[in-house]
Design a protein around this ligand. Structure first.
Ligand code: PMP
Length: 353
């Protein structure tokens, strides 16, 4: 090791899901939306005046922030936008988790949380989910430096009722509590209304799942004006121009088409419930996911062998090696109805049903 390397900030990076380059495949491994973005998005892209790229984009991201704020009935000052919710969350970790006490999050959860905590040297404690992969709210009622959890949780898909989310927020008035609602639009009740009662609550959402825009990288969060101000101070200390001009215009078109949003999320929910019935028939075991994926295991089969067999057939799902408790599971994103039919047919053959 060279001497200079002793000063390097070494990190174990987050591993994103695979993005295979194949023309024909069924891609159920990264919780993307199988439907295209709202039709208005394509129109804006086609008509975008490239001359606008000469100039820096709006550092306030006002068009997009206003459109999001209007859609959700909050004010501009209660809305923050970032490059995907990963960027929003990274800024949140940097801004609000600045205590010597550990931040708290579940042991089985979005695997980026411990990466940010390690990178930013934030102490953390991972609280075990119960045997049914449920968060135990009482675990979050002890001194801490902040609280974060996804709702629904990932990769389990388990949803906490809003009353339990509020119970956790209420028990933690002295720290910032972050609810990561990447998957809330697939059947959960958002904690957004609570931001008016709790000035320390942040609710994070994304365009990547329910708005079919993972490729545009738009995430946002809602919180009290004070929280958003603190977050913006940190964001502008890194990079004033995070969202590019094209993305601002595309995002605005996406969020304004509420009818399309309702239609596509309803289709995904319907397909998810159909897939649950079929997987159950085939002997799979899983919780009652309220997200756009199902986290399933099968008592009689080796899931890694199944994962590889699916892969060979160009059907991609996700397997996590860590933590050990989730090794027997596969996370299957909900695709179109046709894609899920092909998956089920494959599984029937594989299981000789
Ligand atoms: N939170 C959770 C729980 C997620 O699963 C994801 C998707 N990987 C994200 C946040 C980040 O999504 P994005 O950056 O695309 O908004």
């Amino acid at each position: 090791m060279s001497k200079w390397e002793s000063n390097v900030r070494t990190v174990v990076p987050y591993t994103p899901g695979e993005q295979p380059k194949l023309d024909q495949m069924i891609k159920l491994n990264t919780n993307e939306n199988p439907y295209p973005p709202a039709p208005g998005v394509e129109k804006v892209l086609r008509e975008f005046d490239v001359n606008r790229l000469r100039m820096y984009p709006d550092p306030l991201v006002a068009d997009l922030r206003n459109a999001i704020a209007k859609q959700y009935g909050v004010s501009f000052d209660e809305t923050f936008v970032g490059i995907g919710s990963d960027d929003v969350l990274a800024m949140v970790f940097m801004t609000f988790f600045n205590s010597e006490r550990p931040i708290l999050f579940p042991d089985i959860t979005y695997s980026f949380y411990d990466v940010w905590a390690n990178m930013l040297r934030i102490p953390f404690e991972q609280l075990p989910l119960d045997e049914n992969f449920q968060i135990r709210p009482e675990d979050y009622k002890k001194p801490n430096g902040g609280v974060i959890f996804p709702n629904p949780n990932a990769p389990t898909g388990e949803l906490l009722p809003l009353s339990v989310v509020e119970e956790i927020v209420k028990a933690n008035p002295d720290v910032v509590v972050v609810v990561d609602e990447a998957y809330i639009d697939f059947g959960g009740e958002s904690a957004l209304p609570l931001i008016h009662s709790y000035e320390n609550l942040l609710v994070v959402q994304t365009f990547s799942k329910s708005r079919s825009m993972a490729g545009s990288r738009i995430g946002y969060c809602f919180g009290s004006k004070k929280l958003i101000q603190y977050l913006n101070d940190v964001k502008y200390s890194f990079n004033s121009y995070t969202i590019d001009a094209v993305t601002i215009a595309l995002g605005k078109a996406a969020v304004e088409d509420q009818a399309y949003f309702e239609e596509t999320r309803a289709k995904i929910i319907e397909t998810r419930e159909w897939t649950k019935q079929e997987l159950k028939r085939l002997g799979f075991v899983f919780g009652d996911s309220k997200s756009n994926f199902i986290f399933a295991t099968h008592p009689n089969i080796d899931n890694v062998a199944l994962f590889e067999a699916l892969r060979k057939a160009h059907i991609f799902v996700r397997h996590f090696n860590q933590p050990e408790r989730i090794q027997p599971y596969l996370r299957i994103t909900i695709g179109t109805q046709d894609e899920m039919k092909i998956l089920i047919e494959f599984l029937e053959n594989y299981l000789h049903v």
